[in-house]
Design a binder for this molecule. Structure first.
Ligand code: FES
Ligand code: FES
Length: 154
């Protein structure tokens, strides 16, 4: 059975007819063409699918769109402002904090939520904020340094 859902993503309103069981991750990627949010484990364990819902990190693979109609969703596509990358994106690029890049959208989103709540987090706070985001490539040091660099510049 399909239903009409209305979502607000990155400041824009979207409507789609989707099967009731379709996850937010699937709707973002397959119906709204917002493919920056990544499919990972789809079990709530890797963080690759993280988006913000009303500013809070949320695993889109475990979220049904109907649960969050009318709330503000932010995906990695919404991080840049008027064509200017978010300071986190710049810092990740400068410090080579992304290698294959598969985890990067989720990392950026979790890091943004942290900096929005705490503009100058301690290193342990960064580790804690990113603890739900798994990376197979970087060893995490560059990622943490990039978040620190972005925090310094904000
Ligand atoms: S794809 Fe959602 S947590 Fe892994
Ligand atoms: S950069 Fe490859 S998984 Fe993190």
């Amino acid at each position: 059975m399909k239903q009409l859902i209305k979502l607000r993503v990155n400041g824009e309103d979207y409507e789609a007819y989707v099967p009731v069981h379709k996850t937010l991750l699937e709707v973002l990627r397959e119906d709204l063409n917002l493919t920056g949010t990544k499919h990972g484990c789809e079990l709530g364990e890797c963080g690759a699918c993280t988006v913000l819902v009303d500013g809070e990190p949320t695993l889109s693979c475990l979220t049904l769109p109907i649960e969050i109609q009318g709330r503000e969703i932010l995906t990695v596509e919404g991080l840049a402002h008027n064509g200017t990358p978010h300071p986190l994106q710049t810092a990740f690029a400068e410090l080579s904090a992304a290698q294959c890049g598969y985890c990067t959208p989720g990392m950026l989103i979790s890091a943004k939520a942290l900096l929005d709540h705490d503009p100058h987090p301690a290193r342990d706070d960064i580790r804690q904020a990113l603890s739900g985001n798994l990376c197979r490539c970087t060893g995490y040091s560059k990622i943490i340094e990039a978040v620190e660099l972005a925090a310094e510049r904000r």
